[in-house]
Design a protein around this ligand. Structure first.
Ligand code: HEC
Ligand code: HEC
Length: 200
């Protein structure tokens, strides 16, 4: 990036942290930007009005996936109107910084595999990307462990009906029956992982 840009950040008071070639975001700046997100993402169990499902947990989510998700709202491959409005004005730097902040909120999550046999069986085709314990194996893929059950169901149904566009997940979700979806979302929601970023 240009030096002019880093000189500008001097006035923001954290110039020494801002590397001109920063490949990853500034979690501290992200925490400040995230203030506007907490009204929904920072309230445990807060619901989207219609259709009704819980606003997804972002704490501990993978950074590159968070950036991709926000870009999806920017380019319309994800259609949620409020999130599209939220993402519309974000710069690339904002996306990186927000992702750095939310992904940094991770406790010791790589744990408990769960004991839901129907869920474990249905999840066999998912582990290659979403991990043995629902913790994604690459930063590009979302962690599912601990996510709200009704949000996971909403997401899978969106891949199934094509309202959320992603070629990989469209293919993964297409053969699932309603029973498969029910077992999968119950299983992933029961695992330890993502957290609501509750405001103190
Ligand atoms: C008015 C409530 C509201 C506000 C404010 C809000 N969000 Fe969201 N957010 C939602 C809802 C609802 C969804 C799920 C939308 C969907 O189904 O696609 C969502 C989805 C997301 C996702 C996708 C999560 C995933 O697992 O795929 C990200 C990332 C996200 N929001 C980030 C943010 C950020 C960053 C901010 C602040 C700049 C923010 N949101 C502000 C309600 C909100
Ligand atoms: C080849 C890798 C791969 C496999 C296998 C895979 N997924 Fe995914 N999954 C992804 C990617 C990439 C995304 C993000 C897509 C997007 O941006 O919408 C995703 C997104 C999701 C989401 C949305 C998460 C969120 O926070 O919004 C759910 C739910 C999900 N996958 C469930 C599953 C289930 C259940 C299976 C097994 C039946 C599965 N996936 C198999 C790569 C994979």
């Amino acid at each position: 990036m240009k030096f002019a840009a880093s000189i500008l950040t001097l006035s923001l008071g954290c110039a020494f942290l801002a590397s001109p070639a920063a490949a990853q975001g500034d979690a501290e700046r992200g925490a400040k930007l995230a203030y506007t997100c907490q009204g929904c993402h920072g309230i445990a169990g807060y619901r989207n009005a219609y259709p009704s499902y819980r606003v997804p947990k972002l704490g501990g989510q993978k950074a590159a996936y968070l950036v991709a998700a926000l870009q999806g709202y920017q380019d319309g491959t994800r259609e949620h109107p409020t999130m599209r409005a939220q993402a519309a004005s974000m710069s690339d730097e904002d996306l990186q910084d927000l992702a750095a902040y939310f992904s940094s909120i991770a406790k010791d999550t790589v744990a408990a595999g769960g004991s839901d046999t129907a869920g474990i069986e249905a999840a066999q085709t998912c582990v290659a990307c979403h991990g043995q314990n629902g913790i994604a194996v690459s930063p590009n893929w979302p962690t599912l462990a601990g996510q709200h059950q009704d949000y996971l169901e909403h997401a899978l149904n969106q891949y199934r009906d094509g309202t959320r566009k992603n070629p990989v997940m469209a293919q993964m979700a297409a053969p699932l029956s309603d029973e498969d979806v029910a077992a999968l979302v119950r299983y992933y929601a029961s695992l330890k992982g993502l957290e609501t970023t509750v405001v103190e």
